[in-house]
Design a protein around this ligand. Structure first.
Ligand SMILES: [Zn+2]
Length: 236
């Protein structure tokens, strides 16, 4: 996976809007996803996880370049989807108000299932159960994208609490506890602790999801979002 979507290859593939359009058409992405930015219903078939990833990253490229199309958000599309949906991916991301997956991937209604928790932490109860809805109930959703971000507030808070030996208020402590493994991975590394921990948390989350029996058929990748540029780099 890492090899297949190395940064160099992705940059080469998604270097410009024209290239993107060609790349998507060439990849056989369904009409419903590759075209129809106004959201008009079109025939659609299954979309492979590879193609789904290309759609997400192409959307991010538009967002980065200030050319977001806000696709499939029309009244017609909303009505079309009233009694069915065919999401092609599940995104597990942070609650941060500046990183809404539908916006940073420039996608619309019916395309992605989204689970958001502080620093995209998992638990073995409702969070994991919600993530498993995708593969269990939608044959179309075979891609999982773990999306962490630069300067994550939950990560900063966890560092503060862990290093002080104290406790976070209320149930926030559960998020801190879930971030402990990422802290211990990041702590000895050179460089910025917050960013190292963000990256560690993305990689650990991907690894944890890959161990889940219900998610074995999924392609699971992890990316880091840069706040000012809007760029998402695939790192896991
Ligand atoms: Zn965050």
């Amino acid at each position: 996976m890492k090899e297949y979507f190395s940064r160099r290859r992705f940059v080469g593939m998604a270097g410009g809007a024209g290239l993107l359009a060609t790349g998507l058409a060439g990849a056989g992405v369904t009409d419903a996803l590759a075209a129809s930015p106004d959201g008009l219903p079109r025939p659609s078939g299954p979309i492979s996880p590879d193609a789904g990833l290309r759609v997400l990253m192409a959307g991010n490229r538009r967002w980065v370049l200030g050319r977001a199309r806000h696709p499939r958000q029309s009244v017609a599309w909303r009505r079309f989807l009233a009694d069915h949906q065919k999401p092609f991916a599940t995104v597990i991301s942070c609650i941060d108000s500046r990183v809404p997956p539908e916006i940073v991937f420039d996608c619309g209604l019916g395309e992605i299932l989204v689970i958001r928790t502080g620093a995209q932490t998992l638990d073995n109860r409702v969070v994991l159960g919600s993530i498993e809805f995708g593969p269990e109930f939608f044959a179309s959703a075979r891609l999982m994208f773990v999306l962490g971000h630069q300067g994550c507030g939950a990560v900063k808070e966890a560092i503060k609490v862990i290093e002080s030996g104290g406790r976070a208020p209320g149930h926030i402590q559960a998020v801190v506890d879930a971030l402990r493994p990422a802290y211990y991975v990041a702590k000895p590394l050179p460089g910025d602790l917050v960013d190292n921990m963000v990256r560690a948390q993305i990689r650990l989350t991907v690894r944890q999801l890959k161990r889940e029996p219900l998610l074995h058929s999924q392609m699971i990748v992890g990316g880091r979002y840069a706040m000012a540029s809007g760029v998402i780099d695939i790192i896991a």
